[in-house]
Write a new protein. Structure first.
Length: 389
């Protein structure tokens, strides 16, 4: 657990008399407002933002990274005086990567008039439940690229990352340029996996290719990966695209144990789960939807690194950079909404964002557009786990 999370205080909400017990962790980004030279905080109510994501389940690496990055941004904002003279507080609810819990958390936030918006739900089904549960609140930066969710055209949901179709196309185009024509696919049997498979098949067709082998795992969270690994190893594709997230390390270990030597390409959601592989992760390629956290040629990365260090966190990662950028977009919406913003005025303000430069990555929304970012690149894990792009 990082230093930011160590400074959390916990409480259990009971404002609606619910018997359901879940712990909300309130992160008051810069609670020491007086010491930070922001006397206006004493007069204005804080702006509270809800955040439901996995802090203890199979996707906790992604969840904790997203949260740490968002907190680094908010700490910097609060230290500089907040937004329109108001401190920003981020309230975390651990949904343990369970869609039904994510929905319950969202409804709890919606019932609390002090919570203005929700930030970066994690997971396809979790995001689907949240965006439907709170139509009157902005949901900024969901951590999923599933295209079907974007086709809902939900006016309350503001996407900051590119979608999985764009990620898959980047990976397959990269393979094609390298002369690779035997490409395998492994995906889960759920909405995420269905989306990834459809994207792979469409991209392969566009490059006049066919999948050498398609293997499946039971679900996004299932560790039953051995049959899929055996099928991939037997077919011996040059590259296997893994449409898996937290279970990717287990699949890769099983693939190597089964004698499979295929190069592994993953989606952006795969990257943060690879740490347990250690040196075995070296050479794995994956799509990234934010710049490398080490790419200091980007202004946003330089600011991110400085704000992470100021928050007591020297570990840079793709999820934390994504969380930082998600929070930046939300802060811009709050600035535009002005003092005393409401849920409705915040949504309208976010919709007005066009050509907003985060520092090398531009965000474009509009009256009907909610997909703000098209950035996709390919990275490889190098020596000592360093991300190379």
């Amino acid at each position: 657990m990082n230093d930011t999370q160590d400074r959390a205080t916990s409480f259990t909400p009971s404002r609606r008399g619910s018997t359901r017990r879940h712990v909300l962790t309130q992160m008051a980004g810069a609670a020491m407002a007086g010491m930070l030279g922001a006397p206006a905080f004493a007069q204005a109510k804080p702006v509270r933002i809800g955040c439901s994501l996995d802090n203890s389940g199979v996707e906790k690496a992604n969840g904790q990274g997203l949260f740490a990055g968002a907190m680094a941004c908010l700490n910097a904002v609060n230290k500089a005086g907040g937004i329109n003279g108001q401190k920003i507080e981020l309230v975390l609810a651990d949904d343990k990567f369970k869609p039904e819990v994510a929905k319950a958390n969202a409804l709890e936030f919606a019932a609390d008039a002090s919570v203005l918006a929700m930030l970066q739900p994690l997971g396809t089904r979790q995001t689907s439940e949240i965006m439907d549960a709170v139509p009157g609140m902005a949901v900024v930066g969901p951590n999923t690229g599933t295209v079907a969710l974007r086709k809902k055209n939900a006016p309350n949901t503001f996407w900051v990352r590119a979608n999985y179709d764009q990620e898959v196309e980047k990976l397959i185009a990269t393979a094609a340029v390298l002369g690779i024509n035997r490409i395998g696919i492994v995906h889960s049997k759920d909405p995420l996996g269905t989306s990834v498979l459809a994207a792979c098949e469409a991209s392969l067709k566009a490059h006049n290719l066919q999948a050498a082998v398609i293997a499946t795992t039971p679900s996004t969270i299932s560790m039953e990966v051995e049959p899929a690994a055996a099928a991939i190893a037997k077919a011996e594709p040059q590259v296997v695209i893994t449409g898996l997230a937290g279970t990717a390390p287990a699949f890769i270990k099983a693939l190597r144990k089964a004698g499979g030597n295929s190069t592994v390409y993953g989606l952006s959601i795969t990257a943060s789960s690879l740490t347990p592989l250690g040196d075995a992760a070296r050479g794995i390629g994956f799509a990234i939807v934010v710049p490398s956290p080490n790419a200091t040629r980007f202004e946003v990365v330089r600011r991110y690194q400085a704000d992470m260090v100021a928050s007591g966190n020297k570990e840079y990662s793709l999820p934390s950079l994504e969380g930082y950028m998600n929070a930046q977009v939300l802060m811009e919406g709050l600035r535009r909404a002005g003092p005393g913003a409401s849920r409705a005025s915040l949504m309208a303000a976010l919709g007005s964002i066009e050509a907003f430069d985060l520092g090398g990555v531009k965000i474009n929304y509009g009256r009907t557009n909610r997909e703000g970012n098209q950035f996709v690149d390919v990275a490889v894990i190098g020596a000592n786990g360093r991300i190379l792009s």
